[in-house]
Write a protein that binds this ligand. Structure first.
Ligand SMILES: NC(=O)c1ccc[n+]([C@@H]2O[C@H](COP(=O)([O-])OP(=O)(O)OC[C@H]3O[C@@H](n4cnc5c(N)ncnc54)[C@H](OP(=O)(O)O)[C@@H]3O)[C@@H](O)[C@H]2O)c1
Length: 320
């Protein structure tokens, strides 16, 4: 496994991170433990979770109920120091107005709740899940800085921020002497390249770590879906994930078929090809893989060190 500095900080993280969004939601505790066993065995040192992940995501009320953090916390007992634990705050954790967003009130409450569920005294990377336009960034950064100074958080990061939002946060942190976001977490894959316009250049220029989520387009880049409405048994689409649906366009099915041919020429699976592409993009530090089976993790680890050949860049460009 290759390890890379997360942006400009000293901490080094594995090129593959383990995403846990499905734990406690579609994947039970026993199966989650098996997936984490393989991840640790293969040198993956980052586990990415969120207070929001769990069964609540699928209920009509759509607020977090914490099962995922509970599973991760239970698993990490006795091996906490071998893992970089990343979690998130900001999405709804209840129906009342103060149970979501990035106010000091909510962040401080949720940090305590996450620490309790994760059965730990500290979070290595505490990420704000998405920008909160109703709370001043000064308030959010000040709350996060307090958590760092209290020893409850090591580093802070953002997720789903636009480049201007990251730049604004940097200015505020510089001016007030507050903690800086060391990383950004965003969706980026062969079928979703919006990030290249502003976020990738921002991260490269500011040496901000870039954690890429959904590197396989939520499973679309595994090639298991053949057409819109196709729901292979056991797949995420069959389990009811709505966010994968936006990948199901005619143009994307054509792209997937073309990428599959390129992957076959490289003697690898389409999912590995897609993952290797993200890992070879400028500014990307680590790809957060959303495995639903242990072999997904080993296949990701197998391809993690692959250096993308120059000639493939041109071939991929013809498909986009
Ligand atoms: N910050 C945010 O807002 C945000 C948003 C989304 C995700 N995330 C993070 O990113 C993580 C990963 O996201 P994601 O799950 O969308 O990532 P992904 O890696 O693009 O998709 C994962 C899905 O791809 C399929 N897959 C993976 N490896 C495969 C293989 N070798 N062969 C066949 N199929 C394979 C599986 O689908 P099946 O289950 O259908 O088999 C798996 O569930 C999450 O767990 C979470 O930690 C963060």
């Amino acid at each position: 496994m290759e390890y890379r500095h997360l942006g400009k900080i000293g901490m080094k993280i594995s090129a593959i991170s383990l995403g846990t969004m499905a734990f406690g939601r579609w994947i039970d505790e026993r199966a989650s433990f098996e997936i984490m066993d393989v991840a640790m065995d293969r040198g993956i040192n980052v586990i990415d979770t969120a207070n929001f992940y769990g069964k609540g995501q699928d209920e009509p009320f759509k607020y977090g109920t914490g099962e995922c953090e509970e599973i991760v916390g239970k698993y990490l007992k006795g091996k906490r120091n071998q893992t970089i634990l990343a979690t998130k705050v900001g999405l709804p954790m209840g129906q009342s107005p103060n149970q979501q967003g990035l106010s000091k009130l909510h962040i401080m409450q949720q940090a305590e709740e996450s620490l309790r569920r994760l059965q730990t005294d500290w979070i290595d990377l505490y990420q704000v899940h998405r920008f909160d336009e109703t709370t001043p960034l000064e308030e959010t950064l000040s709350a996060l800085t307090d958590l760092v100074r209290q020893g409850k958080v090591r580093y802070i990061g953002c997720s789903n921020f636009a480049a201007w939002q990251m730049a604004k946060a940097k200015g505020i942190s510089d001016f007030h002497g507050l903690e800086h976001f060391v990383s950004s977490q965003s969706e980026y894959n062969l079928l979703s390249r919006e990030l290249e316009r502003e976020v990738v250049p921002y991260c490269a220029a500011e040496k901000t770590g870039l954690l890429v989520y959904s590197p396989m387009a939520r499973g679309m880049l595994s090639g298991k879906y053949k057409a819109k409405g196709d729901m292979p048994e056991g797949s995420r689409a069959a389990k009811g994930e709505d966010l994968i649906q936006r990948y199901f366009t005619e143009a994307n099915f054509e792209r997937v078929a073309a990428y599959k041919e390129l992957a076959a020429e490289q003697d690898c699976q389409l999912s590995q090809f897609a993952l290797a592409w993200t890992l070879n993009q400028p500014a990307v530090t680590s790809a957060i893989v959303g495995a639903s089976k242990p072999h997904h993790v080993s296949e990701a680890a197998d391809i993690s060190g692959w250096k993308w050949p120059e000639n493939l860049k041109a071939q991929v460009a013809t498909i986009n």
